[in-house]
Design a protein around this ligand. Sequence first.
Ligand SMILES: Cc1cc2nc3c(=O)[nH]c(=O)nc-3n(C[C@H](O)[C@H](O)[C@H](O)COP(=O)(O)OP(=O)(O)OC[C@H]3O[C@@H](n4cnc5c(N)ncnc54)[C@H](O)[C@@H]3O)c2cc1C
Length: 430
Amino acid sequence: MREQNYWLTTVEMPKTDPARTLPETADVAIIGGGFTGLSAARTLAKKGARVVVLESETIGWGASSRNGGMVLTGLKLGVNKLISMYGRERTQRMYAASLASMDCVEQIVCEEKIDCNFARCGHLEVACKQAHFDDYARQVEVIAREFNHKLRIVPRNDLQSEIGSSIYYGGMVDEVSAGANPARYVAGLGAAAIGAGACVFEKARVEKIERGSRQGTLGWSLNTSRGPLWARNVFVGTSGYTGAATPGLRKKLIPIGSYIITTEVLPDALARELSPRNRMIYDSKNYLYYYRLTPDNRMLFGGRAAFFPESGDTIRRSAEILRRGMIDVYPQLRDAKVEFVWGGTLDFAFDIMPHAGEMDGLYYAVGYAGHGVAMATYQGHLMAQRIAGEKPENPFDGIPFPGAPLGLYNGKPWFLPLAGMYYKFLDWVS
Ligand SMILES: Cc1cc2nc3c(=O)[nH]c(=O)nc-3n(C[C@H](O)[C@H](O)[C@H](O)COP(=O)(O)OP(=O)(O)OC[C@H]3O[C@@H](n4cnc5c(N)ncnc54)[C@H](O)[C@@H]3O)c2cc1C
């Protein structure tokens, strides 16, 4: 078994010049070279802005190359919860935005001819308890009524047409969701941003950001590991890897580890038995498993096997936990070899919502809570429009962005083991 991101074995990332010096100034400095930052860079560069992307590692190094590649509808929170938090009208706009985010990915993939196996194969949520299945009927009804979006219930005795596992109480299908190879997608997005004129600098960690004016224009002075840069605007797209350079944002985000294994390539017949319609699948628990076939017929199986962000230790422990989880779901995979294991870091806001806007003068978009493939791309695009002086419809822009209760958090998530236990407890009782 290799401790390596399988997706990265399928792609060559765009090359940047390690010797190139940073320009003195830019219209917009973008921090983070994942979906959020590169999507914003592409949109801004197409509008003629002088854009510099500063990525502390390499293009797509963060969650954007490491995820399950599930391009999903909806948001992490259920619709009833959303309506209770934001009211019907804003929730309708949020739901519409979540659908628009997938169209945005599809449009970019088509326009930029990104070869990333994007396909509208739909997603399947499977119920781990009867009560969860009963709730699907309520959700389908509310989503059809409030958002005019159709989901389909799959009763337990029909579930074999969707999944080769007998442990679930039924399922719910959304045909609009898609699957993609995320590393190829982020590579394509990077190439598109560069092609549009954005300057991408890798191994360029932003260490400090300070207000600074230049020739009478107010902007920002950035210290980076590749030298200084002055920019009129700064957009932060650092998600689960948000660090000390943006302390205000860091203390609003909880970095949570998520882990993935992939098996060896499976025989065609077995792959079809496990997932006859090639859906993106996840279960109904808080401590959930998500899984899918890769384009070359491996089973990719992920979950929050450890809550802490990835390290050699959490990755190795997760491999075994996930393998056992995979065999619980699919006993057919008992003898399948696990070939790859890796981890990445998700960003959760305290209200489990995406957030975008302006904080202390810096623009940002973060908080995708494991639903970032489509939403990060979309928020990057919308925030780019906003920075360019447009007024795009963005229902997440400026919603209240809560910090930790009593302010008991400075960006170091000491409470993760407690949170992990709490969610396991919830899965046990509800
Ligand atoms: C294991 C895993 C599975 C997931 N599965 C799915 C899925 O199936 N579907 C889905 O929709 N979402 C999924 N997600 C979530 C999704 O991948 C993320 O929401 C999305 O990639 C966020 O993109 P981003 O560009 O905002 O952040 P990232 O891709 O994390 O990029 C942030 C970048 O910022 C850089 N950075 C940080 N600080 C600095 C600094 N000071 N200076 C310069 N650069 C800096 C980092 O190096 C990093 O590359 C998953 C995430 C993980 C980890």
